[in-house]
Design a binder for this molecule. Structure first.
Ligand code: ZN
Length: 249
């Protein structure tokens, strides 16, 4: 029997005792061992990492199982370590995450969509509860948003959806159409006011007006409620407004 085989046999026979001994030795010389390991790691970092990654590639399945086992065994410790690392490098991590997102914007959008579709109901409940618990914050946020161009567009779209549903008309206005109307009219087309603007149908839904880009214009709240479903040229005459011409009528 050669030396190697003999050692192997010896180790096999004294497995338990050796383990205890090793443990004892480790406990006794813990600091020294750790320091030595650290030194070695710092010195041969590249080689060690290369070796490690190579080893992981040889048997992916086994490595995964090992990782999982290790995770379950040391869960608390690992989570603590992650938390500490996150706290220390928060700025760096967030920046990196943002960059990854920017680099893969399409991929992330699809992922978000998939996630939203599979968690729709949960998300709705969550949003509702969040709104309820943060009512003031939400009000402030909404008021601020409605003052922006995008906010105006979405609020106009919503009011159009509501009106067309109410009068059984077709909901066929797209975001681009709303942007077009806003850029075309800018102010109330009757009195020129810039306050409380909304959609007005020159020929109202009730009088079989449609939601074409020619029939929908921007008008202020006061003109809107004064005009209602009156005939437009007569109403303008009564009010002393000049009836808008050109591509609108
Ligand atoms: Zn007006």
């Amino acid at each position: 029997m050669n030396k190697k085989d003999y050692l192997k046999e010896y180790r096999e026979e004294n497995k338990v005792e050796l383990k205890v001994k090793r443990r004892e030795y480790y406990e006794k010389n813990k600091e020294m061992i750790k320091l030595r390991q650290k030194e070695r790691y710092n010195r041969d970092r590249e080689i060690i990492l290369k070796k490690r990654s190579l080893y992981r590639k040889i048997d992916v399945q086994q490595t995964k199982e090992k990782d999982k086992k290790n995770y379950l065994k040391n869960k608390e410790k690992i989570l603590r370590r992650h938390k500490r690392y996150y706290k220390e490098k928060k700025k760096y991590i967030l920046k990196k995450q943002q960059q990854v997102r920017l680099d893969n914007i399409q991929k992330f959008k699809e992922k978000d969509k998939r996630y939203y579709n599979s968690h729709k109901e949960e998300k709705k409940i969550y949003n509702k509860r969040y709104q309820k618990n943060n009512r003031d914050k939400f009000k402030r946020y909404t008021a601020k948003y409605l003052k922006t161009f995008n906010g105006k567009v979405s609020s106009l779209l919503r009011s159009h959806k509501y009106l067309s549903k109410k009068y059984g008309s077709e909901f066929n206005l797209r975001k681009d159409d709303v942007i077009y109307i806003l850029n075309r009219d800018k102010v109330c087309i009757y009195c020129g006011s810039k306050e409380r603007l909304g959609f007005d149908h020159i020929i109202p839904y009730q009088n079989k007006g449609n939601s074409s880009l020619v029939n929908i214009v921007i008008a202020c709240k006061s003109c809107n409620s004064s005009k209602r479903n009156k005939e437009v040229s007569q109403w303008c005459k009564n009010k002393g407004f000049v009836l808008p011409k050109g591509d609108i009528l």
